[in-house]
Each structure stands twice: as structure tokens, then as C-alpha cells.
Design a binder for this molecule. Sequence first.
Ligand code: DMJ
Length: 674
Amino acid sequence: RGRATELPRPLPAITPMTTPALLPLSGRRLPPLNLGASAFPHHRATLRLSEKFILLLILSAFITLCFGAFFFLPDSSKHKRFDLGLEDVLIPHVDTSKGGKNLGGFLIHGQGHDEHRHREEEERLRNKIRADHEKALEEAKEKLKKSRDEIQAEIQTEKNKVVQELKKKDSKPLPPVPLPNLIGINSGEPADPDIREKRNKIKEMMKHAWDNYRQYGWGHNELKPIARKGHSTNIFGNSQMGATIVDALDTLYIMGLHDEFREGQEWIDKNLDFSVNSEVSVFEVNIRFIGGLLAAYYLSGQEVFKIKAVQLAGKLLPAFNTPTGIPWAMVNLKSGVGRNWGWASAGSSILAEFGTLHMEFVHLSYLTGDPVYYNKVMHIRKLLQKMDRPNGLYPNYLNPRTGRWGQHHTSVGGLGDSFYEYLLKAWLMSDKMDTEARKMYDDAIEAIEKHLIRKSNGGLTFIGEWKNGHLERKMGHLTCFAGGMFALGADGSRDDKAGHYLQLGAEIAHTCHESYDRTTLKLGPEAFKFDGGVEAVAVRQNEKYYILRPEVIETYWYMWRFTHDPKYRQWGWEATQAIDKYCRVSGGFSGVKDVYSSSPTYDDVQQSFFLAETLKYLYLLFSSDDLLPLDNWVFNTEAHPLPVLHLQERRQTLDKTRPLNQASTGVRNEALHI
Ligand code: DMJ
């Protein structure tokens, strides 16, 4: 710059100002040969506006040319560029080709994979999606053409498949166990044609009860024979567990109703599922379901019943998770959460409920070789043994949290009854080896005789209830089972008082028969009094109902077996006729609300125990004694026969089948060694 300033040169003598300055005047800009710093005149260091304009024009023409060239390129080249630029950023490609290079799950183009193949795969995928979509549309169209019933049937089939799968998982094989000596599973056909005819009538009644349940209540717990639909109560929770099917199985078997038995078995196999969100009574489920399944297993030998019984028992075990080990009254089969009935003495458990598990649980340990069941019930027994008993009597309520008795009520009827029954039957079931149980029974019965059993003014022996320090002179229908219990326990009684107990049984049977005989329908009321001139008669309206209960007939049967006094068959036949006359309806059998009314109303419930117990005891009453002899079978409180167990033999079998190092020690051994 400095030099240009130093060497100013005059412009050539042409007329520059007149020449339009549109084109570059290169000649004018050519420096002179001697190029020195001063060769550029000062005013040429910046471009003129027109020159800038021209340059801008040239630049924009060039850019336009470039863009034009790009748009004229073939299509494939353009896409390739966009693919490279966008798809890889927005849609990560997973390299599925074996040779492709997968970098952190993203495929980098141009790094050793076959782009063409990739594109083909994408295309194939798109086609598949399209085809699937079309197929789904077609299926939906087809579905819509089907009827509601067809669709429901399909859903049911799918459900069944799932159930079957679950079942397969659950059906773990149990260890093989030698069956106890099963004596007396025969027809029990009586020789006397009159008795045979009566027995056939009872079988016909069973068929009527079953067929109607089959038709109107199948799978439900019980039947409403008037409304002709299923029925249930809270003891079974909120699910359909087919209580009538399970409860009736062994009666069907004993009566030789084999088609019906098979129908029941099939239902149980396919539908009886215990993984349900349902809160059930531990006691009821034990005596009706576990007892019913075990009896069906022993009678028929069908494994399915044993497996179901064990599965169900597993669902009851969480009920024992209380601070004392005394189980809750109710348990949710799914969650295992337990609780007690709100009405039971400040959250207490009930003697007749937690005390009526022993028979079934000992059988479960016997059949599985697992002592867990046996330990649970033995723990209850040990706890009861340690407790003080007011007047030697067991109160009906025990708090499972504190281990203390609730209200001091004692009853041989509801809330207490089957606890005493199971003490005696534990002894019988162990082939009379469980002497501890027999002792507890003898002690309890002595206290009961002393404090609760009285004679009425009219000479009727009754069993009252102990309430708050005084005796209530009232007896329940439920208490009538005790006649049979006294007779059953007569043999082996303390101080050889067999005659006395047989006599006591006969007196109770007589009183209970009176409670039937003094009604209009010749059916017994729920409870009856011996007070203020009243003898064996219900006083309150809400005690006048008969709900097809078995206890009086149960006592007739035991008394028949031990005495063969024909009056028991006579009384049993009276009851059969009264039930057939007043409780039979075209849809089954119903309870009646007032046994003193000549035009009774129905309660519209066919109880499951009517099939399990009432009809079974009646049938046995008119059968010969070699059908299920009492030396070999012990009936649980729901009339389900379980065989006498020879536990020592079982222990020896386990010892033989177990590896040597486990053979002579361990809980298993201990638990089964009564
Ligand atoms: C049955 O479920 C059982 O006999 C139970 O022990 C008490 N009562 C009902 C029938 O009355």
C-alpha cells in the first residue's frame, strides 16, 4: 500500500469515463512489467460496486448450477444420501445379518454389512406385518359371524387349557403308600326283603337329591330345590367349589351309584381348583372336602382324590400361622390370610372347629409321609392339655393370640360337639394306640356327665349347656350325635363302664326321638327345652326349623350297630318317611321352617350334609353290619369313613424306603410314631 502511494502513474489516454464498466477491464488492470509495490494505484485496492455486483452474480450462478446438477442426478443416488443421513439417526437398525457389524445395537452403514440384503429383509418384514394384519382382520370378521354361545365356548376351551396346564404343574406324584387294610367295602345287602325295600327307597331318595343337584346346581356348592338353582353360604367362600359333589361321593359309592360317582370324579378332576381368592371356613372345608376326598380315595382307590385332598390341605396350612398355633376359623385360599368370626367371643377361635381337624390331618401325614399336618394337630392337643379347665370343662372359645379361654360357655352341641367326638375317634383311628386321646376323652366326658347331663321331670335324659356359671336346660339337634358317641366309646371306657355308656347312649337316642315324635311333622326341631313344664319341645320360633340334619339318625345307626334293637330301624324309618313326605319337592329336598306346623314353608336349601350324612346313615341303618364295620372304619364328623391306621407299620415302611442315614431319626419318624 505504501508503494502505490509512492508511485502514482497517469492513466492511458483513452476515455475511460465514457466506456460502460460492465466487463472486467483486464488490460487496464494489468500491472506494468516492472512490478513493484507502487504498481497498484491506491484507488484499486477495493472493488468497485459494479464489480462486486458482477462477482455476486457469478457466485450465485455457480451455486444455482450446483443445485441444478444435484436435482438432475438419478433418484437412487438421492435416496441413498437421505438414507444415510436420516434413517440411521431416527430409526436405529438392528443388524440381524450374521456378518453385519453391530455396534451397540446400531448398524452403521458402510461398515461391512450388505445394504441390499438389509433392504430385502426390511421389505420381507413389512410384507409379514401386512399379511398378519390382514389375517387378524379376517379372523375378527369370522368371529363376528359366530354366535355369542360359540364365542363363549371358545373362550371356555381356552380357559380349560390353561387350567389343565396349571393342574399338570400341581399334580406332583405323592410317595407310594401301602393302603391300610380295607375291609368291608361291599354291598351290605340285607337278607330281609322288607329291609331291602326300605334301603332301596333311601337309595332312590339319594338319586332324587343328586339328579336335581346335577340338573340345577351342578358345580355350585349346594342346591336351591324350589328356585332350582345353585346355592352357597359364607362357609364355602365366594367360589363354586362343588361342595355337594365332594360331600356326596362316598355315599354314591357305598350305594353302588357308580355312574353318578364317575360324573362327580370327572368334575373334581377337571374343575376343582383351590387357587381361588376365596375365604373359607377351615373346619367346614376340612370335614366336608378333605374328609370327603380322603374317603372317596380309600373306597375307590382313585389317586385324583388323594392329590386334591393334599393340595387343599396345603392351602389350609397358613391358617395355623397364629401366635399360639391355634388356627383361625377362616382362611383365604389364595393369600393365606386368616381371621376369626366377628361374633365369636372377642376374636376367639372355636373349640369344635380347631378341635375337629385331627382325623383328616393324621391321614394326610400318613398318605404323604409329611409330618407337617400331624404336627399341627398335635400342637393343638398339647396346648389344650396344659390349660386349666373350669370344672374340668372345655370352654367353647379360645383366643389364638393370647392362648386364653374366651367366654366360659361349654356345649356338647354347636361350638363344642365334634371336639369330643374327635378325641374318641383319634384313639379308635390309631387302632387304640393313641391312649393320650382316650384319656382326654374320658376326662372330658366325666366332667360333662357331672355338670351338663340331667334327667327332666318327665324322665328324659338331656345334655344342657353351661353358660356363665349355670346350666341352660336346652338341648340342640346337633347335641343328639352324642348318643352315638357314648355308645361308640363304651368299649374301652375307664373303670369298664361300657354298660353305663351304652345305656347313656340309648337314653340320649330316646330323648332325641321324643323331640321328633312331639312335632307335627315327626321331624326334630333345631333346639328343644326341658324347662317350665316343657319337655323336648322347641319354644322359640327361631328354633323350630329342621334343615335335613343327620345327628338323630346318626345316633340311631350307632345304637343299631351296638344293640340290634329293632326300634332304631323303626325310628329311622319314621324319619325317612317324614323327610320324604315333608321335605321332598320336585327339585330335590328342602329344609322346613316349622316342624310344628301342618303346612310348613320351605327354606329352599338342600344342604350338602343331607347327601353326605343323613342319607348315608339311613342307608347303613338298613344295610348289613359287614358294610364298613366299625372295627375297621372310623367316620369323620361329616360321615366320611376313614380306615383305622396301623401307624407303627407305616413307620416301619417309611424306615425301609428311606435312605439309611434317615431311617431311624428325624421328625418324620417322631411324628408318625404315636
Ligand atoms: C355337619 O356338617 C357335621 O356333622 C358337623 O359336625 C356339624 N353339623 C353338620 C350337620 O348338621
